[in-house]
Design a protein around this ligand. Structure first.
Ligand SMILES: [Zn+2]
Length: 316
């Protein structure tokens, strides 16, 4: 039987903190049979680092975005206290240290700049709390940028959004294009230096969903040295029905052919999607994905890059 040696997983996106906030902190990250992500399944999945998104962008609760993000950080901190196998990570070094100690590294990301309100300077506060990636908007248009949901204005980055980009780059916070409108995407590519990520987006050529990246976008992002984390949401993977593990492999393979194995990763979106693909229902199934890549003819080195080493490379 095939076996993939020596790899770890870094997943660029999950929404479990938002789910914990919805549960009003009643449930713990240790075991969540009702959800998709928990510590047990992350361990089974050989996850070295998990990006935990702070999400609060729904247009009807914009005023609550900031308190929502802070509550989600509070809930993660509570988990750090009660679960010694989970540690907060702010750098590549932190992730490697956690990995050596058999722990799971938690990296915080802002899924939308809504919690910053009208003050990009708050990024420094979020940085101190552990945030290492920023998407300027979740879906709609906010004070920083337009998202894919804003089909009317055709807008890109605002002046405040540009300030936020510069601030993020000074702090070495990764910029994330998932959820940006086309124009915001290209504005960001023009403005930013260094690797840019798409934390949870798949290939538009295989599934024409506005949340996916076109070939031109994928190539431009790869040219920054960045990483595209393939999203496991069925509507992003295939036009109809529930996706399967093979669909995820198809998207990874397509992007690898397009931009090379150094620029493709995993951005599961677990707990932000109704269900994972069949065969990839949670992080505990990541080893099946590694094996499926092997069966597709991938070398261990490329598998290890895709499963985690690429995201490790772009961390500060
Ligand atoms: Zn998302």
């Amino acid at each position: 039987m095939n076996h993939v040696s020596d790899y770890f997983v870094i997943d660029g996106h999950c929404d479990v903190l938002y789910q914990l906030e919805q549960d009003e902190g009643q449930r713990s990250l240790r075991e969540r049979p009702e959800g998709q992500v928990d510590l047990k399944r992350l361990q089974e999945g050989q996850v070295a680092a998990q990006f935990f998104a702070l999400y609060g962008g729904e247009p009807n609760r914009l005023m609550l975005a900031q308190s929502s993000a802070l509550k989600q950080i509070k809930l993660l901190y509570r988990e750090l206290k009660t679960n010694p196998e989970l540690v907060l990570a702010g750098s590549r070094e932190d992730v490697l240290k956690a990995r050596n100690e058999g722990k799971i590294a938690a990296v915080l990301s802002l899924e939308g700049g809504e919690p910053l309100g009208d003050d990009p300077g708050l990024l420094e506060i979020f940085y101190r709390l552990g945030v290492r990636a920023l998407g300027l908007t979740w879906h709609e248009r906010n004070l920083l940028a337009s998202g894919v949901g804003d089909r009317e204005s055709g807008g890109g980055l605002t002046a405040l959004g540009r300030m936020a980009v510069r601030m993020a780059q000074e702090l070495k916070i990764l910029l994330d294009v998932s959820h940006l409108s086309k124009r915001s995407f290209w504005d960001l590519i023009d403005l930013a230096q260094g690797p840019i990520i798409a934390s949870h987006s798949s290939a538009y050529a295989l599934c024409p969903h506005p949340r996916n990246l076109t070939d031109d976008q994928a190539r431009a992002l790869a040219q920054t040295g960045g990483v595209i984390g393939v999203n496991f949401n069925s509507p992003f993977l295939r036009s109809q029905g529930r996706a399967e593990l093979a669909d995820v492999v198809n998207h990874i393979d397509y992007l690898v052919q397009l931009v090379g194995p150094e620029h493709v990763g995993i951005g599961s979106d677990f707990d932000g999607i109704p269900a994972g693909p069949r065969g990839l229902e949670g992080p505990h199934r990541f080893p099946d994905l590694a094996l499926a890549l092997k069966e597709r003819g991938y070398e261990d080195k490329d598998i290890s890059n895709i499963m985690g080493a690429n995201f490790l490379r772009v961390l500060p």
